[in-house]
Design a protein around this ligand. Structure first.
Ligand code: PLP
Length: 402
């Protein structure tokens, strides 16, 4: 029997989500999608007319609004305008794209780099260009959704190993028939947990089993390594990643994604990856901002030191209050709340004290591991971190979490 559109699955899904959001809003438990109306300097922002301290930002080095980066973006608009003439392969390439890609290659100690219009699109297109039917792709279970989607889209056999479980990774590698093409992919710093991949072991296993290695550095650029160059620098293992992926939307206050690697790899991606061939080039202002940001990271190394010191202060402070922050060692600090409901209520309590922090609930994290996904940046001062710890502690006590 025919059903009407109003009765079909699409309508049911739309209605169910509308209902969930309305219910959360009615109980003052909905804090997603709040517009920020102003940057107030440091880690302060204006939200719905209230000055709040930001503890949910990806801008790990506090570079949003940096005068040198803003100036580079403005200059690019005056020079090139706001858009491009299309996709990179046809009329979309500008000098600033090439300059940005050279800057990224230098920063990542790679021969070359290619940029895309988002980090999400980068993972989708790069994984699905490099592997396909008959190949194998092996991914950590907590890898970012864009990696998972790229693996699924590729048509390769998609194998996963338990989070950071190197025996699991080796078992997977052993399972693959000899002579097959293998790609191993992991986040460097896991986006919901803040912990770091067991990089030396992953590299060793990839070498042993002749697998390609791709690492997503979305949350490690600017954070790991003495000069903020990322995970290879952190472990003193330069030149060990085949495909160095990153975004231009976190530490780098712009938008876009990139891959750095050998000249041959980058040339291949420029001619075979669909997000390069079929999607518009990065706008010039964003490309110029990104280029300036890589330069600022190297010129202002105190920022890398400060984000790491701030991370340690925040993690240790929360642990002393009795919170479970999992295995984080970085600027991403999960504050475990248990149920989704607990995470929503904690958010409400803390937001009412002008601390801007947000919950992450299932399915983004496993059920029962809902959390505040707090972050610190180089823009925080130690007293702001102490104050946030204090407010999170009060909220935790109020709802019986600690
Ligand atoms: C690990 C990781 N990779 C990729 C992305 C996607 O990057 P973008 O937001 O630049 O599209 C994200 C974004 O949150 C991420 O956390």
């Amino acid at each position: 029997m025919e059903i009407t559109k109003a009765e079909d699955n699409i309508s049911q899904r739309i209605k169910a989500m509308g209902h969930r959001v309305e219910q959360a809003q009615a109980q003052d438990l909905y804090y997603y999608n709040q517009p920020i109306s102003e940057l107030r300097g440091g880690a302060r922002v204006l939200v719905r007319g209230r000055e709040m301290t930001m503890f949910a930002s990806y801008s790990y080095l506090g570079l949003i609004g940096h005068p040198r980066i803003n100036a580079a973006a403005k200059e690019a608009i005056d020079h090139y305008g706001t858009g491009t003439h299309g996709v990179r392969s046809l009329a979309g390439t500008l000098n600033i794209h090439r300059e940005l890609e050279e800057t990224i290659a230098d920063f990542k100690h790679a021969e070359a780099a290619v940029t895309y219009s988002s980090g999400y699109a980068t993972n989708l297109t790069v994984v699905s260009t490099l592997v396909g039917r008959g190949d194998y792709v092996i991914s950590d279970k907590l890898n970012h959704a864009s990696i998972v989607d790229g693996c699924l889209m590729s048509g390769a056999k998609f194998l996963r190993f338990a989070h950071n479980d190197m025996e699991g990774l080796e078992n997977r590698l052993q399972q693959i028939p000899a002579g097959s093409t293998k790609l191993v992919i992991a986040d460097s710093v896991f986006s919901m947990d803040g912990d770091i991949i067991e990089f030396p072991k992953v590299v060793e296993l990839c070498r042993k089993y002749h697998a390609w290695l791709m690492i997503d550095e979305a949350h490690s650029v600017g954070v790991l390594g003495k000069t903020g160059r990322g995970i290879e620098e952190h472990f003193g293992m330069q030149g060990t990643i085949d495909i160095k992926m990153g975004t231009l939307s976190k530490t780098i206050p712009s938008v876009g994604g990139y891959v750095a690697g050998s000249k041959e790899l980058i040339n291949y991606l420029r001619h075979a990856s669909r997000a390069y061939i079929f999607s518009a080039a990065l706008p010039p202002a964003q490309a110029a901002a990104a280029k300036a940001a890589f330069e600022v990271i190297l010129d202002e190394p105190w920022r890398v030191e400060k984000v790491n010191a701030n991370g340690q202060q925040f993690i240790q402070g929360l642990k002393q209050c009795g919170f479970d922050t999992l295995y984080t060692e970085t600027a991403i600090v999960p504050v475990l709340c248990g149920s989704d409901e607990n995470a929503y209520v904690m958010t409400r309590e803390v937001q009412h004290k002008d601390i801007f922090v947000l919950p992450v609930v299932s399915p983004a994290v496993p059920p029962g591991l809902a959390r505040l996904r707090a972050t610190v940046t180089a823009a925080h001062e130690p007293d702001e971190i102490d104050h946030a710890i204090d407010e999170i502690q009060k909220a935790g006590k109020k709802i019986g979490l600690i």
